[in-house]
Design a protein around this ligand. Structure first.
Ligand code: RFL
Ligand code: PHB
Length: 390
C-alpha cells in the first residue's frame, strides 16, 4: 500500500488532519489501534474555541455542531462562596466558545471521513513509524495476525500521550518538559439539566469543582480528587454531596442530581515535547503536549496543530516548497506554550494544594479578587479562554 500521508491515531487530531488534507487534495490513511466504538465511548473535552469550530466548518463536519452546540458568552468563577461572572464576549470584542462534546466532534469527523470514502484501519496492532529520518518513510502494523506496510511521504503522529510516535524518536533528538500535579479530576456525566446556563469554575478549601454540560439535558461535573483515589470510592450520592459542599449556596440549591452514566478519574499534567518534527515524522495534539483540563485547551490545541500542519503539507505538494513543513514545529510550539501557560495558571489559581501555606492561599484569593475586579485582568483571561489567534 502507498499513500502521501499516514496518520497514526484516530482521535480528534488525526481525524481533523485527515479531512483537512483531503480537501487540500492530499491522500491519507489513518491507522488506529482501537475500534470505532471504543473511541466514541471516551468522554473528554467539551469546550470549542471559535478557531476549532471554523476548522470543522472548513471540512464540512459542523452541521450538527451548529444545530446542537451551545454558544457561551461567559463563565462564572466562585471563590469564598460568592459567584462572579466573566463576560468573555464583552471582554474580547464579541468572541464566544461553543460547548459541544469531543465525543460528538469525533463522531462527526468519522462520518465525514466515511462519506469521503477515506481509509481508516482500526484494530491495528504494533503500529510502527519507520525510516522517517530519510525520504522514504513507512508505517508497519499487524492486523489479524498479518504484518502490513504502508509506504508514504510523511507520517503524522496523532496518537495521543501514550502513542508510539513520540516514543519512536531517539532520546537525544527530543526534549521533554513536564509538571505533574498532586491531584486528579473525578468526572461524572449525568442525564440531568445543567445547574446553570454557563460553566461554573469553583475554588473551595475542599478542592476545585467544575459544573459543565453537554446539552440542556446532560451535565458534566468534575471534582478535584486525590491522585490515588478510585471511582469505586465514589458512589453517586457521595459525589453529589461533595459537589454541593463546594458550590455556592444558590448553585447547591439548584443542583439536579441523578444516576451517573459515566464516572472516571483523570490525572492532571502539563507536558511539552520539543521539537514537533523529526525528519518526515510530525507530532500533533496530545502526542506532543498535554495540558491540565482547567483551561479547556487540550482538544483546541490539537486543532490548531493540525491546522498548521495541513497548511504546511498543502504548500509542500502544491508549491513544491518545504518552507512550511520546516517551520511547523516552531509555529505550533509558540501557540502550545501560551496555552500551557494559561492552563497551568488556571490550575494553580483554582485548585487546593495540600502543601499550601497560608501566604500562598491568600495569594490565590488575591489573584481571583483582582481578576474579577479588573477589566485588564478579565480581558487577559477571556482572550486566552476563547482562544488566541492562529
Ligand atoms: P487522543 O484523543 O488521545 O487520540 C489519540 C488516538 O491515537 C490512538 N493511538 C494509537 N493508534 C495507533 N497506534 C498506537 N500505538 C496508538 N496509541 C494511541 C488512540 O487509541 C486514540 O484514538 O489525542 P488527540 O487526537 O491529540 O486529541 C487530544 C484530546 O483528546 C485531548 O487533548 C483532550 O481530550 C484532553 N482532555 C480534556 N481536554 C479538555 O480540554 N477538557 C477535558 O475535560 C478533558 N478531559 C482529556 C480529558 C484527556 C483524557 N485522557 C487523555 C486520558 C479526560 C481524559 C481522560
Ligand atoms: C467539560 O465539559 O468536559 C470541560 C469543560 C471545561 C473544562 C474542562 C472540561 O475546563
Amino acid at each position: 500500500m502507498r499513500t502521501q500521508v499516514v496518520i497514526i491515531g484516530s482521535g480528534p487530531a488525526g481525524l481533523l488532519l485527515g479531512q483537512l488534507l483531503h480537501i487540500y487534495g492530499v491522500d491519507n490513511i489513518i491507522v488506529e489501534r482501537k475500534d470505532r466504538d471504543y473511541i466514541l465511548g471516551r468522554i473528554r473535552a467539551g469546550v470549542l474555541e471559535q478557531g476549532t469550530v471554523k476548522l470543522l466548518d472548513e471540512v464540512g463536519a459542523s452541521a450538527r455542531l451548529h444545530r446542537e452546540g451551545l454558544i457561551h458568552d461567559g463563565i462564572e468563577l466562585v471563590f469564598d462562596g460568592v459567584r462572579h461572572r466573566i463576560d468573555m464576549k464583552e471582554a474580547t470584542g464579541g468572541k464566544t466558545v461553543t460547548v459541544y462534546g469531543q465525543t460528538e466532534v469525533t463522531h462527526d469527523l468519522m462520518d465525514a471521513r466515511a462519506a469521503a470514502g477515506l481509509t481508516t484501519i482500526y484494530d491495528a496492532d504494533q503500529v510502527t513509524p519507520r525510516d522517517f529520518d530519510g525520504d522514504k518513510p513507512r508505517v508497519t502494523y499487524v492486523k489479524d495476525g498479518t504484518t502490513h506496510e504502508i509506504a508514504c511521504d510523511f507520517i503524522a503522529g496523532c496518537d495521543g500521550f501514550h502513542g508510539i510516535s513520540r516514543q519512536s524518536v531517539p532520546a537525544d533528538a527530543i526534549r521533554q518538559f513536564e509538571r505533574v500535579y498532586p491531584f486528579g479530576w473525578l468526572g461524572v456525566l449525568s442525564e440531568t439539566p445543567p445547574v446553570s446556563p454557563e460553566l461554573i469554575y469553583t475554588k473551595h478549601d475542599r478542592g476545585f469543582a467544575l459544573c459543565s454540560m453537554r446539552s440542556q439535558t446532560r451535565s458534566r461535573y468534575y471534582l478535584q480528587c486525590r491522585l490515588d483515589d478510585h471511582v469505586d470510592n465514589w458512589s453517586d450520592e457521595k459525589f453529589w454531596d461533595e459537589l454541593k459542599r463546594r458550590l455556592d449556596p444558590e448553585a447547591a440549591g439548584h443542583l439536579v442530581t441523578g444516576p451517573s452514566i459515566e464516572k472516571s478519574i483523570a490525572p492532571l499534567r502539563s507536558f511539552v515535547a520539543e521539537p514537533m518534527k523529526f525528519g518526515r515524522l510530525f507530532l500533533a495534539g496530545d502526542a506532543a503536549h498535554i495540558v491540565p483540563p482547567t483551561g479547556a485547551k487540550g482538544l483546541n490545541l490539537a486543532a490548531s496543530d493540525v491546522h498548521y500542519l495541513s497548511v504546511a503539507l498543502r504548500e509542500f505538494y502544491a508549491e513544491k516548497s518545504a518552507a512550511g513543513i520546516d517551520a511547523y514545529s516552531t509555529k505550533a510550539l509558540a501557540r502550545v506554550w501560551k496555552a500551557e501557560r494559561f492552563s497551568w495558571w488556571m490550575t494553580s489559581m483554582l485548585h487546593h494544594f495540600a502543601d499550601t501555606d497560608e501566604f500562598s492561599a491568600r495569594i490565590q484569593i488575591a489573584e481571583l479578587t483582582y481578576l474579577v475586579g479588573s477589566k485588564a485582568a478579565t480581558a487577559a483571561l477571556s482572550e486566552n479562554y476563547v482562544g488566541l489567534p492562529y
